[in-house]
Design a protein around this ligand. Sequence first.
Ligand SMILES: Cc1cc2nc3c(=O)[nH]c(=O)nc-3n(C[C@H](O)[C@H](O)[C@H](O)COP(=O)(O)OP(=O)(O)OC[C@H]3O[C@@H](n4cnc5c(N)ncnc54)[C@H](O)[C@@H]3O)c2cc1C
Length: 396
Amino acid sequence: MPVKIRTQVGIIGAGPAGLLLAYMLRRAGIDSVILEKRSRSYILGRVRAGVMEQATRDLLIELGLGDRLCRDGLLHKGFEIRFANERRRIDLSELTGGKVITVYGQQEVVKDLLAALEQENYPLHFEIDDVHLEGIDEGAPCIRGRGAEGPIEISCDFIAGCDGFYGVSRPSIPDGVLSVLSREYPFAWLSILAEAPSASHELIYAHHQRGGAIYSMRNKRLSRHNLQCDPDGAAKSWPADKIWDELEVRLNADNSERLPRGPILDRVITRMRSFVVEPMQYGSLFLAGDAAHIVPPTGAKGMNLAVADIKCLAAGFIEHYRAGRRDKLNAYSTICLARIWRVQRFSWWMTSMFHRFPDQDTFTAHMQIAELDHATGSQAAAASLAENYVGLPHSC
Ligand SMILES: Cc1cc2nc3c(=O)[nH]c(=O)nc-3n(C[C@H](O)[C@H](O)[C@H](O)COP(=O)(O)OP(=O)(O)OC[C@H]3O[C@@H](n4cnc5c(N)ncnc54)[C@H](O)[C@@H]3O)c2cc1C
């Protein structure tokens, strides 16, 4: 016999999107249940994004999730851009009237959300296989899956598909409903997590004829760096010395600035793509986060976009259950997509500016340098870059 659960909102996926939605609904007195495919330890150990926008930080603090964020998060008032032997600093704070970014790992956000939910005995079911959705167009949605104790069945009013790019929610929508708009880039990132202090107290973005590089940190002990690489290459074809040497070349490090090296704890190659589906809703299913859109990570927007979606979605559910109205739920997709496209534009622009394209001619190379020169040399252009990098205001 399946375990049968009745709830108001069934949530698929315990990434930042699913956990934040569960937390916001719980605070508003709305019941939900999460089904997650992976184990608890797996989601806690998954190292991904690390740059938090001002609005994401403000929201988490407002929700009472700011203790560790304020204690351990690294506030950054600017970052550096290197290109063609130039080193230019973008003063984020000055250009945006005091806004900043916070370096605080996505896995720390997940840890904070999970701790807050578990403290209240929130029903979160891990290691659920074969999740599938039924009745999303009939007003009686149901999520079925299989856990260690057998089949599980969640009947609910709404389903939030927060199950990432490879989840089951988006493919459950009938063919022909969604418009899929995407772009694959002809390069990838080799990302490493290293037990080494950072040589710089701010992030460094580098454009180099050998490819882009980003030098960043997770905390005082761990650094996270990215190198543009061949999308079909293998991470193991990059021995540690080659990675550090290449980083030094692309960052144009001089002898006074040798990078501190240390054991590489993790190395992964991630393909780059831009991807959006429209609309983000079908029947009683609402998509949020990576389930609905992917940005190339150059703009550091993935987790921040997921948080922005959830703020709107939670507002919609709260309005529905408190006031019996669906205005915000009906507008969810339109409102989110307007902001998503602006963030897509910024991520695409940063990606185009910092990476070397395989078939790039000399004219394009000069255009990239001119773009970098303009973006960092004109006060107006730098202000636009900074406005987008610290993050656009939330729409809800
Ligand atoms: C390798 C990698 C590196 C990244 N690095 C960066 C970065 O440096 N900077 C940046 O800004 N962004 C980065 N991102 C993007 C950022 O991490 C995502 O945008 C963010 O995780 C989105 O959160 P989410 O909750 O929407 O999706 P996810 O974090 O993907 O969470 C989805 C959850 O759903 C679960 N799930 C999937 N399928 C099912 C199923 N069938 N049933 C039940 N549960 C399911 C998954 O296990 C997962 O826990 C990276 C992403 C990846 C994949």
